[in-house]
Write a protein that binds this ligand. Sequence first.
Ligand code: PAF
Length: 289
Amino acid sequence: MLVVDDVAKLRAILKPWKSNNVSIGFVPTMGNLHAGHLSLINRAKDEADKVVASIYVNPLQFDRPDDLSRYPRTLEDDLQSLETDGVDVVFTPSDKMIYPDGIEMSTKVDVPVISRILCGAHRPGHFVGVATVVCKLFNMVEPDVAIFGEKDFQQLMLIRRMTEDLNLPVKVLGAETLREENGLAMSSRNNYLSAEERDTAATIYRMLRSLAERLAGGDQYYPGLESDGKALLEAAGFIPDYVSVLRKIDLQQPAPEEPVKDLVIVCAAILGNARLIDNLQLSHYLAAR
Ligand code: PAF
């Protein structure tokens, strides 16, 4: 496995592959890798001949300096897992490589509408940071296909929109959320939870499934579902940011009789020191029911 922190070196490695039509699968990460990330790597291996992963904790997407400074950095362990998993190249750029003249001077990518709602409303500037860094990484790696977790559903939709709008020649794929045994979606932010909070955090998936079951049973009074979902979380000790039933295709308000399979339930809630996000696509729920 090759580890490079420089774009010129990265391009020199990738150039012969590109000219020999060797396809490249890309998995961008912020490190602190867990089984969820490794499932993205495995998906990339299925989709492409070679796999490139990146590890970069992108300051532009953090809306709070304390959140950035405490973000877990575990480079040695991450490189070990990527090597074991058969990744070909890991790109580990510095801030200077990504934002050479500093963040303020750097061109930003702003995807309208979707970046302002849900997590975008609660974390101002977050999605400009995500879109900017992913666009830059796509231009540096020039992958054929890139894999993102469906856990960050809004992020996946935003990246799809950006890729389409900017005509980037990358196929963006979503990979299903991996969960702990108790249903908690895997996330680097779970590290901020105590053992007791981890048990409590399983309430999120229970809540999502109970709302999905009501939708499947014909209850499409969305405001009622959303306030019941929030109340469940509050009763368990969370401070919910949002629980919303939305149209999966564009994360907008669904029609009163929207086909249930076209819906997604999204939520974000704070538990102790962690802000957790999760979602349930009704198409997945109905298929597994
Ligand atoms: O999902 C993440 O880990 C990050 O938002 C991403 C896509 C690597 C961009 O920094």
